[in-house]
Design a protein around this ligand. Structure first.
Ligand code: KIV
Ligand code: ZN
Length: 502
């Protein structure tokens, strides 16, 4: 009998702490629903005390998600716990996730507390949370750099106070897999009452070992893994959910473990998270990278053509790698056929969202000879990442050449008002962006601009990602089009709308 490993997804909390990632309510809700469909056991929806926006997102996710636990992060203080519970209380399965640091370095420099104080605070916080929430996860922040004996004391106290899960994070990604194994085993073997709770691991990727360390943790007795789609997270990120699950799936005979995850949804959810966050996946990334199933050398190609298992240990189908097959939709397809196609693929759009996606699809059929599944996916993801449109691009004109100063004119809608502005610049994008800056009458602090093709062929769709800075925060906008200037302007306007540069 395989041991069931619970998957705790933190894309919306630790993942949102990825530099430059800032998700709004609509985006978080869509990702949460997809995580639920993926089969994750726990969705960590956010840190309600951090901001009003975080609080609202956690509350809405808690109300919409039915099958997964919805966890809200909070520090070990009454005010944090109250706020977190208020956000998560309507969930079908609410969880409070209380944390306090336990390493000497954190206690001395960050908390300015002694061991006894931390012990007391941890115990009191869990006991307080337990008065209104049955499911309490307790995390000892920077656990791996903490004194083992002290950690055992903390865990025994919080288990007695009612914790149902104890989490042992490698917060700074410092562990080596064999040391982390020994560490988890020590805690599991020496903590009284631990057999009655779930033991969780949460590994950061600073030395590129988050997945290896998480695996060591579950081999040593942990029953829950905390991870994020595409390995998003603070600094170098968290363990990548798709990698850890595929290790368990591919090596299940040796590991004797399994999860509840539907791995065939990996490619779609990875693309969705990438489109919404603006954080691209490296091509050589395991499982969901563009090259994960490409065979370049002649010897490998020959081997795979003769027998796939020569060079493929997992199949592209098992992770939902989109077959770039043409689809039956085309120039003459109507709105209904388009909607039926989406529904058949598990995408439920209606009203304005469907209208907008259909408009994009129609434009695409004018530009592209063949429409593939990848094109439709890209359109749907582009639509999702659209934010409330305070500003909207109506039209633009660009005159450019290598021996002239480029000139752009943009027409932008703001409420009922249409604003038209022109500007010159060193290049077409620079002049168009300056024209937008004039139209909105605000300085735009452009931090990054990048472009890539998201589908295949000569008439591939291009995706532009723009990052701007406002009030010490980075806001990202991505947009898709067969026309690079249109994608550039829409990406910039999405970033401006997110930053609320009104
Ligand atoms: O990395 C960490 O220690 C965390 C905790 C809050 C669980 O993210
Ligand atoms: Zn973390």
């Amino acid at each position: 009998m395989n041991k069931k490993i619970k998957i705790f997804d933190t894309t919306l909390r630790d993942g949102e702490q990825t530099p430059g990632v800032n998700l709004n309510l609509k985006e978080k809700l869509i990702i949460a629903k997809k995580l639920e469909e993926l089969g994750v056991d726990v969705i960590e929806a956010g840190f309600p005390m951090a901001s009003e926006g975080d609080f609202n997102s956690v509350r809405e996710i808690a109300r919409k998600v039915k099958n997964s636990y919805v966890a809200a992060l909070c520090r070990a203080t009454k005010s944090d716990i109250d706020r977190a519970y208020e956000a998560v209380k309507d969930a079908a399965k609410p969880r409070l996730h209380i944390f306090i640091a336990t390493s000497k370095i954190h206690m001395k420099y960050k908390l300015n507390m002694r061991e006894e104080e931390v012990l007391k605070k941890a115990e009191e916080a869990v006991a307080y949370g337990k008065t209104f929430c049955e499911d309490i996860e307790f995390s000892a922040e920077d656990a791996y750099r903490s004194d083992k004996e002290f950690l055992v004391k903390v865990f025994e106290r919080v288990i007695r106070a009612g914790a149902t899960v104890i989490n042992i994070p490698d917060t700074v990604g410092y562990a080596l897999p064999n040391n982390y194994y020994d560490f988890i085993k020590y805690i599991v073997e020496n903590t009284k009452g631990i057999e009655n709770v779930d033991v969780s691991v949460h590994c950061h990727n600073d030395l590129g070992m988050a997945v290896a360390n998480s695996l060591s943790g579950i081999m040593a007795g942990a029953t829950q893994v905390e991870c994020a789609i595409n390995g998003l997270g603070e600094r170098a990120g968290n363990a990548a959910l798709e990698e850890i699950v595929m290790v368990i799936e591919t090596r299940k005979k040796d590991l004797k473990m399994s999860t509840n995850i539907d791995t065939t949804k990996f490619t779609k959810i990875s693309n969705l998270v990438s489109a919404i966050t603006g954080v691209r996946v490296q091509p050589n990334k395991a499982i969901i990278g563009e090259n994960a199933f490409s065979h370049e050398s002649g010897i490998h190609q020959d081997g795979v053509l003769k027998e796939k298992s020569t060079y493929e240990i997992i199949t592209p189908e098992s992770v939902g790698k989109i077959n770039n097959k043409n689809i039956v939709l085309g120039k003459h397809s109507g709105r209904h056929a388009f909607q039926s196609y989406l529904q058949g693929n598990g995408i439920d759009l209606s009203g304005d969202e469907l209208d907008e996606a259909f408009k994009k699809f129609k434009r695409l059929t004018d530009m592209k000879k063949t429409i593939t599944e990848k094109d439709i996916d890209a359109i749907v993801n582009d639509n999702i990442s659209s934010v409330d449109e305070y500003y909207k691009l109506i039209s633009y004109q660009v005159y450019s050449g290598n021996k002239m100063i480029c000139t752009s004119t943009v027409e932008i809608k703001k409420g009922d008002e249409i604003i038209m502005e022109s500007a010159v610049g060193e290049g077409s994008v620079a002049s168009a962006f300056t024209a937008v800056e004039r139209a909105i009458d605000k300085k735009i602090n452009l931090k990054d601009y990048s472009i890539r093709s998201v589908t295949d062929g000569e008439d591939a769709l291009g995706e532009v990602t723009v990052k701007i800075e406002e009030g010490n925060k980075i806001f990202t906008g991505s947009a898709l089009s067969g026309d690079i200037m249109e994608a550039s302007l829409n990406a910039l306007i999405k970033a401006i709308n997110k930053a609320k540069l009104n």
